[in-house]
Design a protein around this ligand. Structure first.
Ligand SMILES: *[C@@H]1O[C@H](CO)[C@@H](O)[C@H](O)[C@H]1NC(C)=O
Ligand SMILES: *[C@@H]1O[C@H](CO)[C@@H](O)[C@H](O)[C@H]1NC(C)=O
Ligand SMILES: *[C@@H]1O[C@H](CO)[C@@H](O)[C@H](O)[C@H]1NC(C)=O
Ligand SMILES: *[C@@H]1O[C@H](CO)[C@@H](O)[C@H](O)[C@H]1NC(C)=O
Ligand SMILES: *[C@@H]1O[C@H](CO)[C@@H](O)[C@H](O)[C@H]1NC(C)=O
Length: 771
């Protein structure tokens, strides 16, 4: 038995990472919805006989003494292996790739379809799904969300002292100055994590583990993980900037918090099994918040077939809030990912900071744009001939390398899609073709969302909408232009925030009765840590854009709340963040706009609004949701089997639980059908502030009528709970698909906003979803 245990231990925890050839077989370019094949697939050739990686979910052991959490790792391994036909595949490689303990009972293994059928017949088997590949969402922000050094929230929460943020991403550059641990205390006693391999940990970076196959180092190869981790909890670093732009002190949102890094991604692709294993480890290690800047391409698989939704449920059950990115597949409707109700889903918006640069035309017009170009290396104050070709073959400037073709000219180009291609085109123009400068007109569908790239000197990026007659003017012979690089970073740029075009939009296909995303955070042109560590050589900070960058902002805010309110549930922290947002844009002209600056963004784009760290610390009232509430919701909407697959708590039977429709889940947003028949929803509020009297008001456009009862609520004590009932009826005018409004609870010192959205064609009480 002893030797078997040792063998099993080796299998799971020493051999496991290098032997999963699965991850390396998944190139990002591959269609990612297809399950991954292992590299030794050739040893089985008939259909249905190929090896694949499957994640197998099991019921908890029936023996009460071997309760899921009580079994040690070796016992888990032995139990999991008892499901497999053999320990090794035909090619002699171990089948068991991952062993999960905290997220759920289950494992990842190499099996053929026929073998899987045999596994499925064994007692204890619950469900299986093929491993899928997910993607990192890449494409002065603390101040923008209400934080400033030496005062307010930061000093009240000691900058997030004592809280641990688990970041599941591409690893970490442990040399980065943002990970310095000055003024950071040792981790709390509950911390059980550790640092693997050569990663240098300290009181800031307290844990680093890798779950990527064939990689025993949690070090970051592409910079994404370092960027997100330093955004969430980077320590203060003086005098950061890129080419003198955005100068100042860099800091994460919770600069006093600890970071634990779980590497689950390589080359921007991340396998389900690696993410799950990372979540498993993070929960077991004792993190307070999990930040996941990873999203899946297709989000319409049911929750009970989505291992990350299941893993996040377990995190919630342990009081850990999972904050995850909405995805970068906007602005199409229903492009949202990570949309389960127990996840805080984050969309991306712009920041009120810009890096202006202009093209002056000799006819007197000015074309405003932005540029990350090094101001000291860029020319200006000189007129140069302009060149633009409307020829479809040339408007993207994909010119052959002809020495000196554009010497002394400013070349105007339409942006091509594909970042690598774009960079190569510009390098060619400024290199062999010897252009003086390049003006890049962004894709029309990007609106005003200019994702700035560091293309080098003399490159200006211009949104299509402000390009004006630049195209036409530059096409004519003899026209001249001048590139003007302002040597400044503009703050309080207006309007901000604006929802980024790429930020994935709702409604969720899996939960149409919940408004997703939940929240908007800065995700456009965000400066944070990169792979460089040495200031003298090259910038240690880099601009990146994506909902990946928005997510750690919110994770940091969640850490600050956790530091201030250690006893709050994950749902309470989420409610505090969602009911205290900023909905107005900074030019005083109204609500947050969509990327074309033409319309106000809907709740399906901007969520509850821009996260406001200051207000979220003291929300007054919260909409709490217990684990059993979520289970009732799962029962009512999805049924017994999916409920049990997700909750993994066999003692919970749907028949013992009350009905909780999607509309009745005590969510900090309200979705109702838009219909003439009155529809009633109830929300329960918990007072987390002092005794106070609240007025209850509803703001809803005309064709919709909402009555609310009671109109006043007096909370006599902290911790008091009280319910309000809303009855909604109405009809659409001019074919709008939905109508939005707000439910406000206002006291002398607090203002608690909840969104109401009335949707045409939304079923009455609940929706059936395919199993
Ligand atoms: C968005 O929708 C359009 C039109 O339906 C489609 O052509 C396009 O591929 C979609 N974009 C993404 C990112 O899915
Ligand atoms: C921009 O400002 C910096 C510092 O203020 C200065 O060193 C640099 O020469 C300026 N560059 C230009 C192009 O004016
Ligand atoms: C993009 O530019 C073209 C040419 O200037 C213009 O006709 C079109 O309206 C622009 N699109 C948007 C959305 O501004
Ligand atoms: C294009 O530019 C030419 C020359 O500058 C000008 O005469 C013409 O009116 C412009 N056309 C448009 C549509 O702006
Ligand atoms: C506060 O006390 C008053 C008077 O006893 C009572 O009517 C009210 O329901 C209490 N409020 C709550 C929220 O319990």
């Amino acid at each position: 038995m002893v030797s078997f245990k040792i063998l099993c231990f080796l299998l799971c925890f020493i051999l496991a990472p290098p032997l999963s050839t699965v991850d390396s077989a998944d190139k990002p370019s591959k269609p990612t919805t297809s399950p991954s094949l292992t590299s030794h697939a050739q040893s089985k050739t008939h259909p249905g006989e190929e090896y694949r990686t499957y994640i197998i979910l099991l019921w908890p052991p029936t023996d009460p003494e071997a309760s899921a959490m009580g079994m040690d790792e070796a016992a888990h391994c032995a139990w999991y292996e008892s499901f497999l036909p053999t320990k090794l595949t035909d090619a002699g490689e171990p089948r068991l790739l991952r062993s999960y303990r905290f997220v759920f009972n289950g494992f990842a293994a190499t099996l053929t379809e026929a073998e899987l059928k045999m596994v499925a017949k064994k007692r204890g088997f619950l469900r299986s799904f093929p491993d899928r590949v997910r993607h990192l969402c890449t494409t002065y922000t603390p101040e923008f969300i209400g934080l400033s050094k030496g005062k307010g929230v930061w000093s009240d929460t000691n900058y997030g002292k004592g809280v641990i943020i688990g970041v599941i991403d591409s690893g970490i550059n442990d040399q980065h100055p943002s990970l310095d641990d000055h003024d950071i205390m040792p981790p709390p006693m509950k911390w059980k994590g550790s640092c693997q391999g050569n990663i240098r940990c300290n009181n800031k970076l307290i844990g680093a583990k890798t779950f990527v196959a064939g990689d025993d180092q949690a070090s970051d190869q592409n910079g994404h993980g370092t960027h997100t981790a330093t955004t969430a909890a980077g320590n203060f670093v003086e005098y950061t900037s890129l080419h003198g732009l955005a100068p100042g002190t860099a800091a994460g949102v919770a600069p006093g918090a600890h970071l634990a890094v779980y590497k689950a991604c390589q080359d921007l692709s991340c396998n389900d099994q690696a993410i799950l294993h990372a979540m498993d480890a993070a929960i077991g290690d004792g993190v307070d918040v999990i930040s996941v800047s990873i999203s899946k391409r297709l989000s319409n698989i049911p929750y009970d077939h989505d291992p990350v939704a299941i893993g996040a449920f377990t995190a919630m059950w342990h009081g850990v809030l999972v904050v995850a990115s909405a995805g970068n597949r906007g602005p199409n409707a229903s492009s949202i990912a990570n949309d389960t109700p127990w996840i805080l889903t984050v969309g991306a918006g712009s920041v009120d900071r810009s890096f202006p640069a202009q093209v002056w035309l000799q006819n007197g017009d000015t074309v405003p744009g932005e540029s990350l170009a090094d101001r000291t290396a860029s020319t200006s104050d000189e007129w140069f001939p302009l060149h633009y070709s409307n020829d479809p073959a040339q408007r993207y400037c994909n010119y052959p390398e002809i020495e000196g073709q554009f010497t002394g000219k400013i070349v105007v180009c339409d942006a091509s899609s594909g970042q690598k291609r774009q960079r190569a085109i510009i390098e060619n123009l400024l290199g062999d073709n010897d252009a003086e400068g390049v003006v890049l007109i962004d894709l029309e569908e990007h609106g005003y969302t200019t994702i700035l790239q560091d293309y080098g000197p003399n490159v200006i990026q211009v949104p299509n909408a402000t390009a004006g007659n630049l195209r036409n003017y530059s096409m004519s012979e003899g026209t001249k232009g001048m590139m003007v690089f302002r040597n400044e970073t503009v703050l309080q740029a207006i309007p901000a925030p604006v929802v980024a075009h790429f930020s994935s939009r709702g409604p969720s296909l899996r939960s149409p009765g919940l408004i997703k995303p939940d929240i908007l955070a800065p995700g456009l042109n965000i400066l944070a840590g990169t792979l460089r560590a040495d200031f003298s050589e090259a910038p240690a900070f880099q601009f990146r854009s994506g909902t990946s960058m928005a997510t750690p902002h919110v994770s940091g805010v969640a850490a600050l709340i956790r530091s201030r309110h250690p006893d709050w549930s994950a749902a309470a922290i989420k409610s505090a963040i969602m009911t205290t947002t900023t909905l107005e844009r900074n030019d005083g002209g109204g609500y947050i706009l969509d990327h074309h600056l033409k319309e106000e963004a809907s709740g399906y784009a901007r969520g509850a609004g821009l996260v406001n760290a200051k207000m979220a610390m003291d929300p007054g009232l919260i909409y709490d949701i217990s684990a059993s509430d979520y289970v009732s919701y799962l029962c009512t909407v999805f049924g017994e089997a999916p409920q049990q697959a997700i909750s993994r708590i066999p003692s919970w039977r749907c028949s013992d639980l009350p009905q909780t429709s999607e509309a009745m889940l005590n969510y900090p947003s309200i979705t109702v059908p838009l219909q003439p028949t009155p529809f009633t929803v109830v929300r329960t509020l918990t007072n987390v502030g002092p005794p106070e009297l609240y007025a209850v008001t509803v703001f809803m456009p005309e064709p919709v009528t909402v009555t609310v009862f009671p109109r006043w609520l007096f909370f006599n004590n902290t911790g008091d709970r009280a319910a309000i009932t809303l009855t909604v009826s109405g009809h659409t005018s001019n074919g709008q698909p939905f109508i939005e409004g707000n439910l406000m609870l206002s006291s002398l010192t607090h203002s608690v906003r909840n969104r109401i959205i009335a949707v045409v064609g939304l079923g009455g009480t609940h929706h059936e979803h395919g199993a």
